[in-house]
Design a protein around this ligand. Structure first.
Ligand code: ADP
Length: 336
């Protein structure tokens, strides 16, 4: 970076809707950890977003503590990045309200995640669910962030953030930069589910998702049950998706590249033994996850420590948010 140039601003969040999994880790957390050294980072636990799908708040406090602990156990340093809870920054709601006037009903209804959630919870199609992308835009634009480390599933939401920000800029004058989805790799990641269909997710296919909290035996059990094709491949055909998924997971958890190459070769010459391949993946996953799990367990119940971190993070986030809201209100002429 040039001397004296301002650091780029980074913002992202994870909903406290359960334990974090490998999709959250590789789609989001691993990037947070790398970015905290180079950028001005704001990372939050998105508790308000969680309310759109989980109206029952009994578990919320525990879940917020878990997400914070798992962020820190994955390497996030609260002295470097602002780590906070969304509802502790009330400016979020102020900007959300104003941005709702930039968002049209038709485009919100067309959002893929909205349509999916309508199917999942037909009896709770609340306005918060419809305006989920507006709240997400508020989180990002509140810090005038340029980079947003997220998984592939968030691409459309990021595009909507740019749309709402640009509409505001055109209507009232330039306040917001265009936020881009970010991954250190070449493209955004989608960590596949172990059943060969869809992505790992907190809300779906529990047995096909590997959590950072899974114990060694459970990891082994889940991996050994992963879907694979029976038999070899037809000459010239691409690798079956379920097997390619396992190879991908091996790459992510650090299986040595020569071992991966030999499984690929065995697949194509028909000599692959899926049991051996899964055993290797299971052991590599255990090695990868167990230190994170142990560290998170040690932090999770330390309420005092977690509260201190959240308060410090919220103070930093509110300072940045208040500066943006002054610009927003000025641009809109709401400065009387
Ligand atoms: P979930 O989908 O499990 O409820 P969130 O919606 O809270 O998770 O997403 C938190 C972050 O994790 C987002 O940046 C999202 O893109 C990322 N993420 C979630 N699942 C995956 C996955 N399977 N692969 C890659 N990234 C993912």
């Amino acid at each position: 970076m040039e001397k004296g140039a301002a650091k780029k601003i980074v913002m992202s969040g994870i909903r406290p809707t359960g334990f974090l999994h490998l999709g959250n880790y590789f789609g989001a957390l691993a990037n947070y950890v790398k970015m905290q050294n180079e950028y001005d980072c704001f990372f939050m636990v998105a508790d308000l977003h969680a309310l759109t799908t989980l109206p029952d708040t009994k578990e919320l406090k525990t879940n917020v503590a878990r997400v914070l602990a798992e962020n820190i156990a994955s390497g996030l340093d609260p002295d470097k990045a602002a780590l906070y809870c969304q509802s502790h920054v009330p400016e979020t709601s102020d900007l959300y309200l104003l941005l709702n006037m930039m968002a049209y009903k038709g485009e919100l209804e067309k959002t893929v995640t909205f349509k999916e959630k309508v199917k999942l919870q037909p009896n709770n199609v609340n306005a918060g669910l419809l305006t989920y992308p507006v709240l997400m835009a508020a989180d990002i634009l509140l810090h005038r962030a340029e980079l947003v480390p997220v998984g592939k599933d968030q691409e459309q939401h990021l595009e909507m953030t740019r749309t709402f920000g640009n509409r505001f800029n055109h209507r009232y004058g330039h306040v917001f930069p265009e936020a881009q989805a970010f991954n250190f790799g070449e493209e955004l990641l989608k960590v596949p589910s172990l059943d060969g269909a869809g992505k790992m997710s907190k809300s779906e296919n529990q047995f096909a998702t590997i959590y950072l909290s899974d114990d060694d035996e459970l990891i082994r059990k889940k991996v050994m049950k992963a879907k694979t094709e029976s038999g070899g491949s037809e000459a010239g055909a691409p690798m079956a998706e379920s097997v390619a998924n396992l190879i991908n997971l091996m790459k992510l958890v650090g299986t040595p590249s020569d071992a991966i190459a030999s499984y690929e070769k065995a697949y194509f010459d028909g000599s692959i033994r899926y049991g051996d391949m899964k055993k290797q993946l299971a052991e590599d996953m255990v090695k990868f996850i167990s230190p994170i799990r142990e560290k998170a367990e040690a932090i999770r119940n330390d309420e005092k420590y977690l509260k201190e971190i959240m308060e410090k993070g919220a103070a930093k986030a509110r300072k940045s948010a208040q500066a943006t809201m002054l610009q927003v209100k000025d641009a809109m002429g709401l400065n009387y």
